[in-house]
Design a protein around this ligand. Structure first.
Ligand code: ADP
Length: 498
């Protein structure tokens, strides 16, 4: 059992057993708010571990795929109940390994709970279609069938929610899986796996290998026994994943970067828009693929909005996420912090106005963590790199604009297309924005973050490759359609000819 605050040595989960990595190497999981604190040591797995995990998943596939979906779902339902019971403990573990504040890690575990219950429900639905045949005395229908062994590769920013988005639909559809979580947040995946194990998941159905991308992730992509791959992470690695899946035609789902925008019109409820922009920009320290790193404000209210927004950003309390007063935690690791610092310098060099923040926090209270000030650039040109490239940190760029059409073109003129939002009281603008914003998700009078598990999640352009996570859309990725005809006419009937 995971005991809070006791560092321990963890193992991989293969064929229902906790086993050491065959290479014997380990990797440290440290608290980003206090890197002196060792949360635990996890296996730094290699291709041998991945092979063993995939073999176990392959061997378990037939039995699991023939288990009735409502029975598979009962195990998920029991896992959800375990997550409910242990929510607080798992949220605390997550804050210690990932840094985001406790309210948010509770939300992350809650999202895993919601997804697990949702997919448990899908076990009794998983509807196919029946439709009339064009020929007499013939039935036509389609059913979902399991797609095979799934390779699941996840990032660190939603350490339990994202693994659950992939595992739960994969499992309820009758696939078996190998999960490789991000190297920075293995404990939350350990906790999720433990819940599924305790709920009675048969051996080999879910296998977990901890480790880094090149050593433990890449071998999943190359393994011929893996039929489908679902990846969430950077666009750069997503391209590598896509290319690695292509030679063997693996079904591949990619969920990648974002450069999301909040548009604030002159007629918006400004206080509501400021609350939304703060939550969208600085929630999870800006480390969400749906973070609102651009806020475009119509010129009539721009100065007023900027003044209030900057003051609120400046007053955010940055610190250890376990402290109830903390409003924003650290960056996940040194590399992410340096990326943030690099982009601050880029913004300054591009002559955006640095209105607040812009520095790493290094005073006594913050020196041991990867903390950065909430940072706001004002008067930005939408073509600046800070307005075009994903930063994944607490940096928000304010962009003034004249007309609604200008706002749409600023919003759409980026390489990504995950989430966008508009604050307005004008129904015509709200509806037109919903239609014309080129993103997978559009919010009206709410920030760019806040997806719910029963609706499709994903984006366009460099954000995704057309598949969707969550809701019944996830079932489309994790199952294949099989089409069934029965001809009871007792004669040869030729479709399209007779
Ligand atoms: P982030 O920027 O969020 O860390 P990455 O794209 O670097 O995102 O990583 C997302 C996930 O992809 C992590 O689990 C990471 O270990 C994994 N990963 C990184 N490189 C590779 C690779 N070459 N092959 C497979 N997985 C990888």
């Amino acid at each position: 059992m995971a005991t809070a605050f006791a560092p321990r040595v963890y193992k991989n989960f293969i064929n229902g057993e906790w086993v050491e990595s065959c290479g014997g190497k380990g990797m440290e999981n440290r608290n980003p708010a206090n890197r002196d604190e060792l949360v635990g040591t996890f296996p730094a797995s290699n291709s041998g571990d991945v092979s063993a995990a995939v073999d176990a998943a392959r061997a378990a596939f037939r039995g699991w795929s023939l288990t009735p979906a409502p029975k598979r779902a009962e195990i998920l339902f029991r896992a959800a109940e375990i997550l409910v019971r242990r929510k607080e403990e798992f949220a605390r573990d997550m804050t210690r390994e990932m840094g985001k504040v406790l309210a948010e890690t509770r939300g992350d575990v809650q999202e895993a709970i919601d997804m697990t219950y949702l997919m448990a429900g899908e076990g009794r639905r998983m509807f196919g279609h029946t439709t009339p045949s064009e020929l007499p005395n013939k039935t036509a229908s389609s059913v979902r069938v399991p797609a095979g062994v799934a390779g699941l590769i996840t990032p660190w920013n939603f350490p339990m929610a994202i693994p659950s988005w992939k595992c739960m639909p994969a499992l309820v559809c009758g696939n078996t899986a190998v999960l490789k979580p991000a190297e920075d947040t293995p404990l939350s995946t350990f906790n999720l796996t433990q819940a599924l194990d305790e709920a009675g998941l048969p051996a080999g159905v879910l296998n977990v290998v901890f480790g880094d991308g090149p050593d433990a992730g890449a071998p999943i992509l190359k393994n011929l026994q893996v039929d489908l791959v679902s990846f969430t992470g950077s666009t750069e690695i997503g391209r590598i994943v896509s290319e690695a899946c292509a030679p063997t035609f693996k079904k591949c789902h990619l969920e990648m970067g974002g450069k999301n925008i909040i548009v604030v019109m002159d007629d918006a409820n400004l206080d509501l828009a400021i609350d939304g922009a703060l939550w969208g920009g600085f929630g999870t320290t800006g480390q969400r693929c749906t973070a609102a790193s651009r806020v475009a404000v119509q010129k009539g209210v721009y100065r007023h909005f900027a003044e209030k927004f900057i003051a609120r950003a400046k007053s955010l309390k940055v610190g250890d996420g376990l402290d109830p007063d903390t409003q924003m935690g650290p960056c996940i690791n040194e590399q992410q912090l340096s990326t943030v610092m690099k982009y601050v310098q880029i913004g300054i060099d591009e002559r955006a106005k640095l209105a607040t923040g812009g520095h790493r926090l290094e005073d006594a209270a913050h020196a041991k963590g990867w903390f950065h000030e909430p940072t706001v650039f004002t008067d930005c040109d939408p073509q600046m790199r800070i307005c075009q490239e994903e930063i994944f940190g607490p940096v928000v760029s304010l962009i003034p604009f004249d007309t609604f059409d200008d706002a749409l073109s600023i919003a759409n003129n980026v390489r990504y297309g995950l989430s966008a939002s508009i604050y307005t009281r004008n129904i015509n603008h709200a509806l037109q924005a919903q239609r014309d914003l080129e993103t997978g998700i559009v919010y009206v009078n709410a920030p760019t973050i806040g997806a719910e598990v029963h609706l499709p999640f994903g984006g366009t352009k460099n954000t995704g490759n057309g598949h969707r996570e969550s809701g019944t859309a996830a079932l489309d990725f994790y199952s294949d359609w099989k089409t069934l005809y029965i001809d009871f006419s007792d004669r040869l009937q030729r479709a399209q000819i007779d």
